[in-house]
Design a protein around this ligand. Structure first.
Ligand SMILES: Cc1cc2nc3c(=O)[nH]c(=O)nc-3n(C[C@H](O)[C@H](O)[C@H](O)COP(=O)(O)OP(=O)(O)OC[C@H]3O[C@@H](n4cnc5c(N)ncnc54)[C@H](O)[C@@H]3O)c2cc1C
Length: 427
């Protein structure tokens, strides 16, 4: 029996966003929260994940940073993928001024385990695939599951990823499309690559005309005698194959991946060649229109990949998702005594997070415009094209992303509000 004074919340999806939201909300005594994940057990596909200062800030707030360890290298090389020529060296000091832990690449499972360890086990239900939501006139939302059970809650958090059903219900006209951009990812023992020159010495991007290879450590070598290494191959113009193009983690054959690097430097082809059959996982990129607002019905909120079509553009999507969850908790806490706490909390959430995503879109658009100009100019060599791509990746000030201090964002936001009483009692 749930006390009437409690706000009941259903989080849909147990990725980084859903788990972080569950941690943040489970600390609020006036919230009764449940997380519903469609998979029958915790599952994390993919290989590595990049974590920078912004990630440490939010992981610290969630008290989930302890178990998160990974690999980092002093330098990142940008290379011509066909010749191996080094086009740029990015120096990464081991300890950045902003956070002594610096930027690391960790196994995705490390992040997932660290978050899972902080979520009270009894609030997660696996094997619960949401199939519909009803906006109830008398208040609340009815959440229906594939197993024909249902719950009625005050607030639904759509943390169900890029192909979010919550978003589809909230914004029925919002259509996703396959971008043609596909990644194949794998982790292999670093020792299996040791015979190939220059592959494991640095984090590196090997750029080609229609795709690239990315290689990186993912383990802290002081922790394990058998560190693993990530290889990601990306192709920018894949055809969509009805029924088999799906966004997340289906197996891909060695032949398929090898065929995407046929023209690449021998070292890249050799690295791809060491991967045992059956290990590659394929990730197809989807995108859709940008949402101006990421809440609806005054009782549904989208977080993480469900809320934006960034498609891994900044390699920080897991952090954005976790930040979303924490801000939602702060907004609910702030407005708990308000006459209409949920609409007010969702408004605050939207006012903080939507402009942040808009800023990222603007940054992406700027980069895209530059690339288009470069493509149109007739007199470019391949090296110039690749250099433009690298400038696009590294250029512009992205401190607002990688150094984002979400606690400060919250403090700055509430400092702009005229009077605390106005916040808690008005709408
Ligand atoms: C190739 C690639 C590389 C990337 N690299 C990085 C990186 O280096 N760093 C980084 O931070 N990010 C990276 N990202 C992005 C990152 O993976 C996502 O931004 C992040 O996983 C988003 O978290 P989320 O919780 O919003 O969604 P997801 O991780 O997608 O989780 C959604 C969850 O919802 C569940 N679900 C879906 N539908 C339903 C339903 N109907 N009912 C119940 N449950 C449901 C799913 O099973 C899943 O568990 C990368 C992405 C890709 C594709």
């Amino acid at each position: 029996m749930i006390a009437k004074s409690l706000i009941t919340v259903a989080i849909i999806g147990g990725g980084p966003g859903g788990l972080a939201t569950a941690i943040a909300l489970s600390k609020l005594p006036f919230v009764h929260v449940r997380l519903y994940e469609q998979n029958p057990e915790p599952r994390e596909a993919g290989a590595g994940i990049s974590l920078s200062t912004n990630a440490w800030k939010i992981l610290d707030l969630l008290q989930a940073s302890d178990g998160v360890k990974g690999g980092s290298k002093a330098n990142t090389h940008q290379r011509n993928g066909y010749t191996g020529k080094i086009l740029n060296v990015q120096e990464q000091p081991e300890n950045s001024g902003a956070d002594a832990r610096g930027s690391i690449r960790a196994r995705r499972t490390r992040l997932q385990s660290a978050l899972l360890a902080r979520v009270p086990a009894e609030i997660i239900e696996y094997g619960k695939r949401v199939v519909s939501l009803d906006n109830l006139e008398e208040g609340g939302v009815r959440v229906k599951f594939k197993d024909e059970t249902e719950v009625v809650v005050d607030l639904v958090v759509g943390a169900d990823g890029i192909r979010s059903i919550v978003r589809r219900i909230l914004f029925p006209d919002h259509q996703l499309h396959f971008t043609g951009n596909t990644a194949w990812r794998v982790l292999v023992p670093k020792s299996s690559l040791a015979h190939i020159p220059d592959i494991t010495q640095t984090t590196a991007w090997w750029w080609g005309e229609t795709g690239h290879a990315y290689v990186s450590d993912v383990d802290d070598e002081t922790e394990t005698a058998d560190p693993h290494f990530e290889i990601t191959i990306r192709s920018y113009h894949e055809p969509e194959i009805a029924g088999t193009t799906v966004p997340w983690g289906i197996p891909a054959s060695n032949d398929k991946v090898a065929s995407r690097v046929l023209k690449f430097d021998q070292r890249v082809r050799d690295a791809v060649g060491v991967v045992p059959e059956g290990q590659w996982r394929e990730f197809a990129g989807y995108a859709g229109p940008r949402l101006e607002h990421i809440t609806g019905w005054d009782k549904v909120v989208l977080i993480g990949d469900a809320s934006h079509p960034l498609q891994g553009a900044f390699g920080s999507g897991a952090t954005f998702a976790m930040e979303d969850g924490w801000i939602l908790a702060r907004a609910l806490e702030r407005t708990r005594s308000s006459a209409s706490p949920l609409p007010r909390a969702l408004k605050i959430f939207d006012e903080i997070r939507s402009p942040y995503y808009m800023r990222m879109y603007a940054h992406l658009d700027e980069g895209r415009e530059k690339m288009q100009k470069q493509r149109k100019s007739e007199s470019h060599t391949l090296d110039e094209l690749l250099k433009a791509r690298i400038d696009n990746l590294l250029g512009g000030n992205k401190d607002f992303i990688y150094k984002n201090d979400i606690q400060k964002v919250w403090n700055d936001y509430i400092a702009t509000l005229p009077d605390e009483d106005d916040v808690t009692d008005s709408n």
